[in-house]
Ligand binder design. Sequence first.
Ligand code: MN
Length: 204
Amino acid sequence: MSKSRKELDAYRKARDFRKTPEPRGAGSRSKPSRRFVIQLHDASTLHYDFRLEVGGVLKSWAVPKGPSTDPREKRLAIATEDHPLEYAEFEGVIPEGEYGAGKVLVWDTGTYRSLSRDPGESGSGETMKSAIEDGHVSFWLDGKKLQGGFALTRIRKGRDKGSSEWLLVKMDDEKADARRNPTSTEPASVLSGRELSDLESNDS
Ligand code: MN
């Protein structure tokens, strides 16, 4: 519990919770299945925030082009600060002047399971955590838009812990589909059906 709180220091330091509608993060809520969420974030540059529930927080990467279902497409993913689990349901507008100001939609969400090799303790969060620390992690997504295996591989360590560069790639399995292009054909929120243009700047 206190561990999650410490991991959220960078997240909280960057934000003024009297001004932004984003959750402060009360702590970890434990659930048997682990969640993932991909949020479309229209900030200074449009990007997708890819988040995996690991060890009571959402491990996060900013993916400028978003995920692809084509295994030949490698998408740059920049590691960002851990977010609270409650963030998985956040949709709304971060006010101007605040960190990450702009509109946020829940573009996809669901559960995932680790595909990373497990040296003993099966199903534990430790496998995901150590795989991320080692710079290579693979997992199976069961989302509304995305399904199947994906891998994240670190290609460059950042100056600080939070800005390393990774590649997000669809694994070549039965859910791979080079003809799908969900980031352009399926822009709506899976929670509300809204698109970015449906969110008002003063809405939260
Ligand atoms: Mn973002």
